[in-house]
Structures are given as structure tokens and as C-alpha cells.
Ligand binder design. Structure first.
Ligand SMILES: [Zn+2]
Length: 440
């Protein structure tokens, strides 16, 4: 048997306003039903106006995933009934999405593998049900703050063979979306939601299995791996007993580590899709698409290659430094400052990687200072030095506390502070010893 796995991923965009109205899309943690208007609570007669930035960002995601961008696209109504969907339909895209036919390269055990992207389309998020107890009665409450927040759905081809490939792909996708700056892609806040579909076929068979099981709304990489592995085993057992698994939608029970049946899987015709009559079709020009391309930030792969060439770093160092955009930016800032002090990019890369520098609290300039200090030493009166260190420790109780709690990086912050106070270059290793002794 061989697993056939595809993915649907929902990414919430961090635009200022919602998809079809001017309500703030920054709803997380806010009082329920305070980010609403007639459009996003679906009052009769309210008219949707598409958010241009959201559409641009959706297309940018498509471009980053090597998709084709058709010049003609439209919105459709996806009809279904659920209490968190006030209009009775979701505005989505059916047969003419913004982006189609892309691919993403991932590395599995040092080998490249290409994952096909079926489509990337734009839609709106639903409200949220809150199950609670009011006056001793169990009730379900609806919060419409999330209703109408821009949501991009990315659908992959069924190209994955196991949970590991899925995880590597998702990490890659999260990295790309964050580099683009269009979503925080924070799984815990629900910015990124995962729906794997899994089925099994006899090894070597070319056609897709006759059934498909979809697992809904998983919000962590760990759980998506667990859900896939559980499904593979469950379906294997059913197939080996001579039966075919049910075509259905299942949920993942995090406590039990199991998937559970929710409902039989809908077909597209169950949703009675039809073109959204209140929004004219979207027509793009090649010029507009080129302008979006030109405005895209440098993506992880390009940055990695540039780091190797421009700073003469190894592939390993470049990969670590470009994993997060914030680290890459920090490195480049430090390189600029280091140039004036004859500090090489390699020295800076080594320090950031080996000393696990806390890039939130240590400024690039401070980092460069400590490296400069490490290359030269100055004698200083021991008593005078201890006095300065004691003062800095007293002024920075948080850093001291962090260090005591095992955050080694906090020391770097203190060293930078002390060196600035002394105004002379001093061996940071010697400093570190004294600081640790004094903290203890
Ligand atoms: Zn609204």
C-alpha cells in the first residue's frame, strides 16, 4: 500500500481591514462582536466591496509558489448553512481562482522533490462559535469579529507520500508567507489552518484511489503529522479486511491522538456554487501582474544564494541565517556596521550561530562591539571592573533573571552593556567569567 496525500491550507492575511467591508481585521483577543458591520454580519441589502490589498497579496502568494495568474477571475458564492456563516454563503472562488498550476521545491533527505500547487484562491473567513454556560444553561454563542477576514486557500496536488514530506512543505510555506509579510502564519492564533486529505492505493498504481478522507482544521505541524500517520494505519486495516474506507470528513482529537468521523464528505455540487452577483469579475493586465512581481520582497531561496555569493558563507550558515527573515536582516545590519571595524561577515555569522545571539535584545551594533572586543584585550583594574559589573547587574534584573532561568543569551546583552560603560575594549570571555561568578 502507498499513501496518497494532498493538502488544503488556509492562511489568514494581516490586512488592516476585512475582505469586503472596512471593519478592522485585527480581531484576535478583542471583545466579541466589536469588529462588525452590516456587510460582515450579512444584513440584507449590504453590498460587499473587495479589498484590493488582499487580492494583491493573494496573487503575490501565488507568484511565490510559481503559479500562473489568469487575467480573468471572479468570486463565487459557496452556499451552506452553519451558525457562524451569517449570509448562508461564503464568498469564495470556484472555477476561476486568482492563481493556478504552481510548484514548490522541497528537500527530503538531501533530494529535491517538487510539490504541485493546484490553485490559490481568495475567500472570507467565518465567525466563531463559543460554547459556554449562561445562567446554568449550556449555550453556543457567535462572535462575528472574524467574519469576513481575508483568507487565502492554497490547494496542493496529491504529491505527498508521508507525513514527513507534508511537514517539510508546510514549514517552507510558512517561511514564504512570512517573508512576503502578508500573514504572521501563527498556527496557535489560527492564522494558518491545515487540512490534509489522505487515501491509500496499491503501490505502483497510477490512478487516484476511489475515496478520500479529509481531516479538518488542524492547527499545529505536530498534529498534522500525527493525524496523517493515524489515518494511514486506520485505512490500511480497513483495506486489508477487504473493505473500502468511507469518503468522509474527520476531525483530529488532540488528547487521544486519533481522528474521529464528523460527516460524509461534500462534493462541489453540494455547495450550489454560482457567480457572486454583487462583485464584477476581476480583470488583470500583464502590466499589473509584473508590477506585483517587481514589488515582491526577496524570497528565502534567493536570499540564501545571495548570502553564499555576496558574503562567502557556507550553504549551512546561509540556510540557518535565512530561515527567519528577522535573523537575515539582523545579520546584514551587523555586516554593514562590522565593515567599519574590519569584522568579516564570516565572523559575524559565526557569532550569531554559535553563540545563539538573542537578536531581539542585542542590537547589531552591540554584537559588533563584542566581537571587536574579543579580538583585542585591555587591562583594567579588577576592583573597578567588578564595581561596574555589579552596577550593570543591578540595573538589569530581567537579564540576570533570564540567565538564571537558563537563557544563555542574556549574558551577551549584559556584556554589551558593560563594555559600553567601560568605554574600552576588553576580553568578553574574561568578562563572562566574572559576571557568572557575581550572579552566583
Ligand atoms: Zn464589517
Amino acid at each position: 500500500m502507498e499513501p496518497v496525500i494532498g493538502l488544503e491550507i488556509h492562511v489568514e492575511l494581516k490586512t488592516k481591514s476585512k475582505m469586503f467591508c472596512s471593519c478592522s481585521a485585527d480581531y484576535f483577543g478583542h471583545e466579541p462582536n466589536t469588529h462588525c458591520c452590516p456587510v460582515c454580519i450579512g444584513l440584507p441589502g449590504a453590498l460587499p466591496v473587495p479589498n484590493k490589498t488582499a487580492i494583491d497579496w493573494c496573487i503575490m502568494i501565488g507568484l511565490a509558489l510559481n503559479c500562473k495568474i489568469p487575467l480573468f477571475s471572479k468570486f463565487d458564492r459557496k452556499n451552506y448553512f452553519y451558525p457562524d456563516l451569517p449570509k448562508g454563503y461564503q464568498i469564495s472562488q470556484y472555477d476561476q481562482p486568482f492563481c493556478i498550476k504552481g510548484d514548490v521545491e522541497i528537500k527530503i533527505d538531501d533530494k529535491d522533490k517538487s510539490i504541485g500547487i493546484t490553485r490559490v484562491h481568495m475567500e472570507e473567513d467565518t465567525g466563531k462559535l463559543i460554547h459556554s454556560t449562561v445562567n446554568g444553561k449550556e449555550v453556543s454563542l457567535v462572535d462575528f469579529n472574524r467574519s469576513g477576514v481575508p483568507l487565502v486557500e492554497i490547494v496542493t496536488d496529491p504529491d505527498f507520500k508521508n507525513a514527513k514530506e507534508v511537514k517539510v512543505f508546510l514549514q517552507r510555506l510558512q517561511q514564504i508567507v512570512r517573508y512576503l509579510g502578508v500573514s504572521n502564519a501563527d498556527m496557535e492564533k489560527g492564522d494558518m489552518r491545515l487540512e490534509p486529505n489522505i487515501s491509500l492505493r496499491i503501490k505502483g498504481e497510477k490512478s487516484l484511489p476511489k475515496y478520500k478522507v479529509e481531516v479538518k482544521n488542524i492547527n499545529s505541524f505536530k498534529f498534522v503529522e500525527k493525524a496523517i500517520n493515524y489515518e494511514i494505519e486506520r485505512q490500511k486495516e480497513i483495506l486489508e479486511s477487504g473493505q473500502t474506507p468511507e469518503q468522509e470528513t474527520r476531525g483530529f482529537n488532540e488528547q487521544k491522538g486519533k481522528t474521529v468521523s464528523q460527516r460524509s464528505k461534500e462534493e462541489a455540487h453540494d455547495y450550489r456554487y454560482f457567480p457572486e452577483p454583487d462583485i464584477p469579475p476581476i480583470k488583470l493586465t500583464d502590466l499589473e501582474i509584473d508590477a506585483l512581481k517587481d514589488n515582491m520582497p526577496e524570497l528565502p531561496d534567493a536570499k540564501l544564494e545571495r548570502f553564499k555569493k555576496e558574503y562567502l558563507l557556507s550553504a549551512y550558515d546561509s540556510e540557518i541565517l535565512t530561515r527567519e527573515k528577522s535573523t537575515a536582516d539582523y545579520f546584514e545590519e551587523a555586516v554593514k556596521i562590522g565593515k567599519d571595524h574590519n569584522i568579516s561577515p564570516k565572523q559575524i555569522a559565526n557569532t550569531i550561530i554559535n553563540k545563539k545571539v538573542d537578536i531581539v535584545n542585542v542590537l547589531p551594533a552591540e554584537l559588533v562591539k563584542t566581537i571587536v572586543a574579543g579580538t583585542q584585550t585591555t587591562q583594567i583594574d579588577k576592583k573597578e571592573l567588578e564595581e561596574i559589573i555589579k552596577k550593570v547587574l543591578a540595573e538589569n534584573p530581567k537579564a540576570v533573571e533570564d540567565y538564571k532561568n537558563g537563557k544563555e543569551n542574556a549574558i551577551m546583552f549584559l556584556i554589551g552593556n558593560i563594555i559600553r560603560r567601560i568605554g574600552k575594549r576588553i576580553n568578553p570571555n574574561q568578562l563572562k567569567e566574572i559576571i557568572i561568578r557575581l550572579i552566583k
